[in-house]
Every structure is written in C-alpha cells, then in structure tokens.
Design a binder for this molecule. Structure first.
Ligand SMILES: [Fe+2]
Length: 227
C-alpha cells in the first residue's frame, strides 16, 4: 500500500470515529513528529504490545474490497510493565462490502461487537482437525450470551449493539453492510503468531513510502527504537 493511501484512510477513519462519538487515546492522535520527540522507554507498553494504528490489505493490493483499518486500544502484559494484563481491546473498521478474510485463532477468544454504523455480517465455520474448513457440521456461538446455532458457513448479522463470542478454531470472515465500527474484546492479541488464514494471506501490508507518515502504524514503531 502507498503511504499516501494509508494516511488518507487514517484521516477518513478519524472522521468516522468522530461521527460515532468514539475517541481514541491521546497518542492515537499524535503526529509522527510527536512520536519521535518522546522517550521510547516511556512507551514500552505501547510499542512492544503493538497498540495503535494498523491497516491491512492482506498484501493483495485491493484494500477497498479486501482489507480493514484497526486500532489496538490496549493489549496484554509485557515485561515493560509491572502488572499482568490478560486482555486486549481493538477497534476494527470495515467499509460497505469490505471483507476481512477467513481466519481463526489458536489461542485468542474474541467478542466481536457492532459498536455502530451499518450491519456487521460474519460467515462462520468450524475448523477440521487438519485446519481445513469444516463445511458440514453446524457452528455454535453465543450472541450476547444467547446460544445460537448456524449451519456450516452460515452468515450471522449483528446490528449496532450486538456481539458474538468466537471461540478458538472458529473460522470467521466478516464485512459490513454500510461502514461499521467494530469492537473486539479478547484475550491477549498476537498477530504474528495467532492468525490462521484459510488461504495463508499475509497479515501486514507492504508499504510504498510516497509521502511522510501522518500517524505511525504499529509496523513503524521499529523506527522509534532504532533512532
Ligand atoms: Fe479474528
């Protein structure tokens, strides 16, 4: 992805979050120059747990149809802190008909919440023992605590305010009908080790630096500790 596209998407997302009356932590609005002025030692929790802006097109080059904007608000404990935090909170923004590709997590259990905007659609399948897609057996999930059974590959619709708990080894892909602000409340998140994409898609984009950074993505943090 071009940096200019990433910068534009972050500006658009900030306007969308404003429209939903959702505010980020202060550092979510820091410029790249603000980040460079800080002592990275103070930011250990943010940098090591990869909190902050994250955009993916799954390295497919078709962000409008296959991609998502994310912001990790908090994430699990780290040697940089003196406490143990066993949870994570993220925001995920998908546009109308924009798809997050099918994947499951070996470790993470997550509640996916429609925080506002359009309707969130999720296609759900169990995973077979060999991690292929189970296209036969029904899927049981809990929608705001209510036991809900879907046929394999069935599509769940969540209106604003509704959520679903996705257990481990549950293949999920999702998209918006209209632009949707999604919340995710989960166990500790590690996008480097805990995503099993059905088609082995890369999780992070390749970036073409065609203009200066507006807000850093989590992949840019290495430049702060290396400075
Ligand atoms: Fe997921």
């Amino acid at each position: 992805m071009k940096r200019s596209e990433i910068n534009r998407l972050i500006r658009e997302t900030e306007a969308f979050l404003d429209s939903q009356n959702w505010k980020l932590p202060e550092w979510g609005y820091w410029s790249w120059e603000d980040w460079l002025r800080r002592n990275p030692d103070e930011l250990g929790e943010i940098l090591t747990k990869e909190m902050g802006w994250d955009i993916t097109d799954f390295a497919l080059g078709d962000f409008r149809n296959k991609g998502m904007v994310l912001f990790t608000v908090r994430n699990g404990s780290t040697p940089a802190t003196s406490y143990e935090k066993p949870y994570c909170e993220k925001l995920l923004i998908v546009d109308d008909q924009q798809l997050c590709l099918a994947h499951f997590h070996w470790d993470k259990i997550e509640d996916i919440i429609n925080r506002g905007g359009g309707t969130l659609k999720l296609r759900l399948n169990n995973a077979n023992a060999d991690e292929s897609l189970d296209e036969t057996n029904p899927v049981v999930v809990y929608v705001d605590g209510i036991r809900t059974e879907l046929e394999a590959g069935g599509v769940l619709s969540l209106k604003p305010g509704q959520s679903v708990t996705l257990p481990q080894r549950n293949y999920h892909s999702f998209w918006g009908e209209g632009k949707v602000l999604i919340g995710e409340v989960s166990k500790i998140n590690d996008d480097h080790t805990d995503n099993r994409f059905l088609d082995d898609s890369p999780r992070f984009p390749v970036i073409d630096e065609d203009e200066p950074i507006y807000r850093p993505l989590i992949g840019d943090y290495v430049k702060l500790t290396a400075k």
